[in-house]
Design a protein around this ligand. Structure first.
Ligand code: NCD
Length: 325
């Protein structure tokens, strides 16, 4: 694997490979000494043009547990045109010898531009680009669902027959997009629930069904109910009348929580707007996987960095052997 840019083009085989390597990584994280020497001498740059708490520290923890050197670079939106500033920054990183660049950017497509521009030779990991994709989030979500269902027996399994319902601000959500593609690839059955104003126009081309009524969706018996954050920062118009009205119709409150089946889980990528899309009761209930998702995120990102960087080293070694032979 050279880059991890999206889940739309990720094969079932590659997705399962990442999830299975993440299982191995998770096992090592139970040990007293969590650090592995695997990426010693490699440099991972976290290039964050947008705010982030958990994704950035998760990638940082993942890289450090694999013994890579980590450089954190946060650059919030400047007045320089996006392409120009990205090129300058990329060339600087190249000159510093970055082996992997983890990028979060407000513009959809920025990671692909970086990966295909020729500005850098590093592997590129998309850590969220605009409203486009957030592949490692979807992978950690799939990992979390699989782990809750199969525990230590998760390796090699896909999500065939698992019913996942994604609720809320689908329109602005890269998490929803990455999840829809990955879940479909892994065989899950995906339902989207949102106010009509927060459903993207091209949704008919997605491998998912759309309903507008959360109670109806819950009555369908989802195995996982994934609540999305209302992305107020991406909203330039009024997509729903009031926050109170939103939470009454599309929020996961105590009544809806009780209506869920005994084994179904409640997910949220964070950061949560408690009281808006999710009640404190739901967020803190034993069904909630919010903190498991955070913990699993480190294992999944370790797997992604490992497959990108150690995989590349392997083929370089082979090339070297071939040329010296
Ligand atoms: C998500 C993101 O940034 O896209 N958060 C995250 O990565 N944990 C979701 C969100 O911001 O709502």
């Amino acid at each position: 694997m050279r880059h991890l840019l999206d889940t739309k083009h990720l094969s079932r085989e590659d997705a399962l490979r990442i999830l299975d390597v993440a299982e191995d990584m998770a096992d090592t994280q139970q040990r007293e000494v969590k650090k592995l020497p695997t990426l010693r001498g490699k440099t991972v740059v976290n290039l964050f043009f947008e705010d982030s708490t958990r994704t950035r520290i998760s990638f940082e923890a993942a890289a450090k547990r694999l013994s890579a050197d980590v450089i954190n670079f946060s650059a919030k939106g400047s007045s320089v045109s996006k392409g120009e500033s990205l090129q300058d920054t990329a060339q600087t990183l190249q000159a510093m010898g970055a082996d992997a660049v983890v990028i979060r950017h407000g513009a959809s497509g920025a990671p692909r531009t970086l990966a295909t521009s020729g500005w850098i030779t590093a592997g590129v990991v998309n850590a969220g680009d605009g409203t486009h994709e957030h592949p490692t989030q979807a992978l950690l979500d799939a990992f979390t669902i699989r782990k809750r269902r199969h525990g230590a027996d998760s390796r090699g399994r896909d999500l065939a027959g698992v019913k996942v319902t994604i609720v809320g601000d689908i329109l602005h959500s890269r998490v929803a997009r990455s999840n829809v593609w990955l879940l479909a690839t892994l065989g899950a059955d995906v339902t989207l629930v949102a106010p009509p104003t927060l459903v993207p126009q091209d949704v008919s081309a997605w491998p998912a069904r759309v309903v507008y009524d959360l109670d109806e969706a819950i009555a369908g018996g989802p195995d996982a109910l994934m609540m999305l954050r209302i992305q107020l920062e991406r909203m330039n118009a009024a997509y729903f009348p009031t926050e109170r009205e939103y939470s009454r119709r599309w929020g996961l409150d105590a009544r809806r929580l009780r209506a869920l089946g005994a084994d179904s889980i409640v997910m949220h990528p964070g950061p949560m707007n408690r009281g808006l899309e999710i009640s404190a009761e739901a967020a803190d209930s034993p069904r909630s996987t919010v903190l498991e998702q955070v913990a699993n995120g480190v294992s999944v990102r370790m797997a992604a960095l490992y497959l990108l960087l150690a995989g590349a080293e392997h083929s370089e070694d082979t090339r070297e052997k071939e040329t010296t032979r």
